[in-house]
Design a protein around this ligand. Structure first.
Ligand SMILES: *Cc1c(COP(=O)(O)O)cnc(C)c1O
Length: 411
């Protein structure tokens, strides 16, 4: 049974439990109090502590106050959507050093719209043919076999067919008169063809080249690294490291392709992207998130995560057999994660059991889903014997709560 408590008292109690004084309850409390009714409480929805990371199922990131304010401000006035889309795109392109930009409803939507743009380039009438009547259009997408992944469904939503290659020689000979795009998954853990080679061959063949870098900020410079490397299109999630609205993302790149992507987007009714609507609040929120991230520094983001990880580890130093490692995944979610390894036989609880106890406790804490799992995934090492704490999305003071709850369970 969920106990209903106001967010204010929840936060105060949780912080008090962690030894944080009431003098600094954090901005979130004041903002929620000012916003009136707490609909999570009204609906009986549990507020969680996100010690996992930017997982959509856990609502990923919390927008910084500046972004929350921009979203709220945008909600107060109607505007002309096309004008807002255009101006926001021009502004973001200027700030992110690319030719053009489109705010999409997420990285997944950016994949669909970018693909649709490649398929309908120079032929706006073709937008009506996606996804089922594409046999007369270019619709083959070349991809490395090791770059197939769950989100490539967003490319297939346009009716494309993947042509898989494994070697550079296969890649060079895979082009036909139906080839519409070359697709690269930036955080892929397999595949032998490099980004530079992927771009060079696509360029030589005159075929657009698209990279999914959804979760790959920080480093902040990735927001222009891939367009500058020569990728024609780049997709980013708005609601992960960028800390924008969860239902926003960015499609960056060549102006002609982004214009064509826009033909396939909401509000155009008879298109594959009509359901990928981005409201004015999220468009403005995404612009504010771009401003916010460009005002941050990689060093600060990484240092803050490392400090949280170290604080939690220090709190657990007395737990028998426990050792810790601070691990930074190489491409996606490239921020310090805390890995806690220990001998379950001596401690008495397996990592998955610890995760369950924290989830069922109050406040409910979600550890990183690689906790207790065999096999490396999402850039993290095998954690069958480890608890993985994703410290990135913790709010101020929550690292102490997580540390205390872990200690209570492990000792
Ligand atoms: C998260 C993610 C997506 C989807 O991003 P949304 O913004 O939630 O649509 C796509 N590709 C990769 C690699 C991701 O990590």
């Amino acid at each position: 049974m969920l106990r209903r408590r106001g967010f204010f008292s929840w936060t105060r109690n949780a912080l008090a439990a962690a030894g944080v004084t009431a003098a600094a309850p954090g901005r979130a409390v004041a903002q929620t109090a000012a916003a009136g009714t707490d609909y999570y409480d009204k609906l009986g929805v549990a507020k969680i502590i996100n010690a996992a990371g930017t997982y959509t199922a856990l609502t990923a990131s919390i927008m910084p106050p500046e972004v929350q304010a921009a979203v709220a401000g945008a909600a107060r006035h109607p505007v002309r959507l096309a004008e807002l889309q255009r101006r926001a795109g021009e502004y973001i392109a200027g700030r992110l050093k690319c030719e053009a930009a489109l705010v999409t409803s997420g990285a997944s939507a950016a994949l669909t719209l970018g693909t649709a743009g490649c398929m309908t380039l120079g032929n706006r009438a073709a937008t009506k043919l996606l996804p089922l009547e594409v046999s007369g259009l270019k619709h083959e997408v070349i991809v490395q076999k090791g770059h197939r992944f769950g989100y490539d469904q967003a490319v297939r939503n346009c009716g494309t067919r993947f042509v898989e290659v494994e070697t550079l020689a296969q890649y060079e000979t895979a082009f036909t008169d139906r080839t519409v795009m070359c697709f690269f998954y930036n955080a892929a853990e397999a595949g032998t063809i490099s980004r530079q080679e992927w771009v060079a061959v696509a360029r030589a063949k005159g075929v657009p080249c698209f990279i999914d870098a959804a979760a790959d900020v920080p480093p902040i410079s990735n927001l222009w690294n891939y367009t500058q490397m020569g990728f024609d299109l780049v997709a980013f999630s708005g609601g992960k490291g960028l800390r924008g609205p969860q239902n926003a993302g960015l499609l960056l790149g060549r102006k002609d392709l982004i214009d064509a992507a826009t033909w396939n987007n909401s509000p155009n009714s008879d298109t594959v992207g009509r359901g990928l609507k981005v409201a004015k609040e999220q468009i403005v929120g995404m612009v504010a998130a771009v401003d916010w991230i460009l005002a941050q520094s990689d060093d600060d983001i990484l240092a803050q995560c490392r400090q949280r990880a170290e604080r939690i580890a220090a709190h657990l130093s007395g737990v028998p057999t426990l050792s810790h490692e601070i691990f930074v995944p190489p491409v996606a979610n490239a921020v310090p994660h805390l890995l806690l390894r220990y001998d379950w036989a001596k401690v008495g609880k397996a990592p998955l059991e610890v995760a369950r106890i924290l989830r069922e406790g109050s406040p409910s804490i979600e550890l990183n889903p690689s906790t207790g799992r065999t096999g490396a995934s999402a850039g993290l090492p095998d954690a069958q014997n480890a608890i993985v704490v994703g410290v990135w999305m913790l709010q101020p003071g929550e690292d102490l709560i997580v540390a205390q709850r872990l200690k209570a369970v492990l000792v």
